[in-house]
Design a protein around this ligand. Structure first.
Ligand code: SF4
Ligand code: SF4
Length: 111
């Protein structure tokens, strides 16, 4: 069991989640975050912290398709434990559909 970050995080990247994770298992890309599913201890603390509702337990059907994406990028992006600056237009991207297909950036971010 693990929690995953969905496409709702893309271009929102508020980063409230990283500060609360007791095992520091968030990894940062250019415009989104992921959780390393093998490091997540399933505590659930991050889920209510996310203003974009982008974090789900992998028991939810909707989370399934994001699990491998989280695993894949957690292995190549840098670890992040401190909240950085979120994008100025983050609120504009909250709730926008199909962000992965249209806006996902596979480049690593800065921790
Ligand atoms: S709080 Fe939510 S939107 Fe912000 S970085 Fe974490 S998962 Fe992404
Ligand atoms: S569920 Fe807990 S361990 Fe997993 S990412 Fe969220 S805060 Fe970290």
């Amino acid at each position: 069991m693990a929690y995953v970050v969905t496409e709702a995080c893309i271009k929102c990247k508020y980063m409230d989640c990283v500060e609360v994770c007791p095992v520091d298992c968030f990894y940062v890309g250019a415009n989104t975050l992921v959780i390393h599913p093998d490091e997540c201890i399933d505590c659930g603390v991050c889920e209510p912290e996310c203003p974009a509702d982008a974090i789900l337990p992998d028991s939810e059907p909707e989370a399934e398709k994001w699990l491998e994406m989280n695993r894949q990028y957690a292995q190549i992006w840098p670890n992040i434990t401190r909240k950085g600056e979120s994008p100025a237009d983050a609120d504009q991207w909250k709730g926008v559909a199909d962000k992965f297909e249209k806006h996902f950036d596979p480049a690593p971010g800065k921790s």
